[in-house]
Design a protein around this ligand. Structure first.
Ligand SMILES: Cc1ncc(COP(=O)(O)O)c(C=O)c1O
Length: 363
């Protein structure tokens, strides 16, 4: 017997999540383009709602986040009873793993899938199984081939972070049709609001019509509320029931609930963010492409830029060069992408500075 407490199997196999950098040493003015936060910030109405809660900090929040679930229900045409809110969608992804995975089970994610999936899987004692991607894009056939009798969850980020790619809804449906009914399909649609494609759907229809699909969403991206940690999930009643049993009784705080309700109401602000992103995502893709760097076509609010492997031109060196100028992007070696950097679409000023700095870097 061990002489000291031991975490459950899998915990020490986790490579702890390393968040995007926020600082550039010695640089006064920093543009943080490392965590896919919106350059427009939150709605002023959300900030105001947040401030108003400051007068009531002694009170516990509504543990059921009722006003927020109702506001989400109204916005998306969903039954509030089938919504669970969480402290970020990270919270919900971990709750799903805790509720549906046990020692020896398997959960599938794709090669460059969001890192929280293997972390949540290992933390629940289960084994992450990697399905290969094609052209930096999830491949339904590979996911289905990765399924075994031990599979309990399939995690799919659509669009995916850090690649920015998506699969059309027909493909999501084909994936679902190929899974056993006891396997939970988690559709993580953190970037759904940014997608402008007719063949994309975040997953609402599939959740509504099946017993084994959930969709996760976040207020961290288009709503600009990452600091408050706020996400939500839409799922079948039996899954919502299971999550409500194991979630923290007050897992969402009162300022987050208030700000979330106000953010949803400010549809003009959301639209401004979408319009800004649409314009600058295209501009960045074109301009960076013109510099001779390969950019993976993205439908989200960030892009994956590929660098050559030769000395003086690598992603790591580019990152150092940009960081020294206050332009903080994200290295994605942990996502099996050692030769790429991920850049969040920033303000016009930040975007122009990055393109100019990359041009200088490449000589
Ligand atoms: C694909 C994906 N899912 C979920 C999250 C988690 O978002 P949050 O926990 O802030 O809601 C992120 C954040 O980077 C993400 O990229």
């Amino acid at each position: 017997m061990s002489a000291r407490p031991q975490p459950r199997s899998g915990v020490l196999a986790i490579n702890a999540y390393v968040p995007g950098k926020s600082h550039a040493p010695g640089v006064a003015r920093v543009f943080k383009l490392s965590s896919n936060e919106t350059p427009l910030g939150p709605s002023p109405r959300a900030i105001q709602a947040y401030r108003e809660v400051a007068a009531h900090l002694q009170d516990y929040p509504d543990g059921a986040a009722t006003t927020l679930r109702e506001a989400i229900g109204k916005t998306f045409g969903l039954d509030p009873d089938r919504i669970v809110c969480g402290a970020g969608s990270d919270d919900l992804l971990n709750l799903l793993a805790r509720a549906y995975l046990a020692d020896g089970d398997e959960a599938v994610h794709t090669t460059h899938g969001f890192l929280v999936y293997p972390i949540a899987t290992l933390g629940s004692g289960a084994k992450p199984v990697v399905a290969t991607e094609k052209n930096y894009t999830a491949d339904v056939d590979a996911i289905l081939a990765a399924v075994t009798e031990r599979t309990r969850i399939v995690f799919l980020a659509n669009p995916n972070n850090p690649t920015g790619t998506y699969i059309p809804f027909d493909e999501v449906r084909r994936l679902h049709a190929g899974l056993r009914p006891d396997i939970l399909l988690v559709l993580d649609a953190a970037y759904a609001e940014y997608v402008r494609r007719n063949d994309y759907e975040a997953g609402i229809e599939l959740v509504a019509t099946s017993d084994n699909v959930v969709m996760c969403r976040t207020f961290s991206k288009i709503h600009g509320l990452a600091a408050l940690r706020l996400g939500w999930l839409y799922g079948p009643a039996h899954i919502v029931d299971a999550l409500n049993r194991i979630r923290g009784p007050f897992n969402v705080n009162a300022p987050a609930i208030a700000a979330g309700v106000a953010a949803l109401a400010d549809t003009a602000h959301v639209e401004r963010s979408r319009t800004h992103n649409e314009r600058w995502l295209k501009w960045l893709t074109d301009e960076i492409g013109k510099l001779g760097l390969q950019v993976t076509p993205s439908v989200a609010n960030f892009l994956l830029i590929h660098f050559p492997a030769n000395a003086g031109r690598t992603a790591k060196e580019a990152d150092a060069f940009l960081t020294a100028r206050g332009l903080v992007l994200r290295q994605v070696g942990a996502y099996q992408l050692p030769n790429a950097l991920r850049m969040t679409v920033g303000s016009e000023e930040a975007n122009r500075l990055v393109v100019a700095a990359l041009a200088e870097f490449l000589g």
